[in-house]
Design a protein around this ligand. Sequence first.
Ligand SMILES: *Cc1c(COP(=O)(O)O)cnc(C)c1O
Length: 410
Amino acid sequence: MTYQDLSTPLRTILTPGPVEVDPRVLRVMSTPIVGQFDPAFTGIMNEVMDMLRVLFKTKNQWAFPVDGTSRSGIEAMLCSVIKPGDVVLVPVYGRFGNLLIEICERHGATVEVIEQEWGKVFDPEEIIQAMDQVKPDIVALVHAETSTGRMQSLKEVGQACRENDILFIVDAVASVGGVDVRVDEWCIDGLIAGTQKCLSVPSGMAPLTYNDRIEKRITERKRVERGIATEEELKQTNDQFIRSNYFDLSMLQDYWGPRRLNHHTEATSMLYALREGLRLVLDEGLEERFTRHKFHEEALVLGLEAMGLELFGDASVKLPTVTCIRVPDGLDADTVRGMLLDLFGIEIASSFGPLHGKIWRIGTMGYSCRRENILAVLSALEGVLLHHGASIHKGKALEAAINYYVKANE
Ligand SMILES: *Cc1c(COP(=O)(O)O)cnc(C)c1O
């Protein structure tokens, strides 16, 4: 059996991840490997940390990627912070809130959940009231809920956590690099991002940051080295130490920090990719990048509405990087998606659980968030919907979007 050279089709990817990767990022991934303690490489590690601090709007010392997909960063943060028996409050308004619950439970937390209908977010006061009731040690919250395309405001919750000495941990996987995230100003103690969403880097790293409140907790939980501790001390710390080697942030920070203690072998080529991805983000400018995401989102929404399609969810808290469309009655959601892929090479997403088959999700993240992609998906969707006999307004979507773009150029 022989295999052919790897060859993948060229796609227009308009899902909430993985998204299209800037060719410049792909190019640096073929840069030669250097050893992980080579000054040429540790210099790159330091640059990545510097750029992450700017991206996260933080003065935190600790800002580095965990090797693995975004959930590896979530798991590293939660397993390093949660001591068995800690109470964690998780407000859930979509699928990724449920992921937080699952990870917290696996690490021995007592999880308290409040739920909001999918398509809405919480009034911060509701979360603060729940905090008063359950007195959690930690609040874990999703900033941008990819499954429903909604964005939760964080500032009030962060302030309340700080006032009550509660740790505030945020999953910002789908927002970082696409919409504004302010770690220090919003009193976020620990935050996790993703690479394959708005940073437009392949999947495989989870950049995160945490402050000295979290650092204190994880360094207290360091495994006491054998021979140094008494039996009694060992017994005590054994209840408390971080139950993962790979995800132990106290070990990771000794590797990323000046001590450079050996831990894992850093994912060399992925770090090149992340460095280039971050360089491109900062080169574009954070505010300019957020504006670009809003700009193309507006064109997409105008087009979809002109076509006569109905958007899903509370419009006042819409996530700019994910647009959810109600599937018109009588249409099979997956058949339409399949035809978009087969005929046009365009990928859009379905959703999860109660929303599967009910909505489509169009992601406009990072390098995928471009005029030609917006125009392509509007025209392709119109064609496929007309083919399936949907009653939509023919020709209106492109007209609206083209007018929008032409006007913006004037
Ligand atoms: C995509 C996503 C994740 C999970 O990321 P993986 O890279 O698939 O592990 C977690 N949270 C949110 C909000 C996401 O959008």
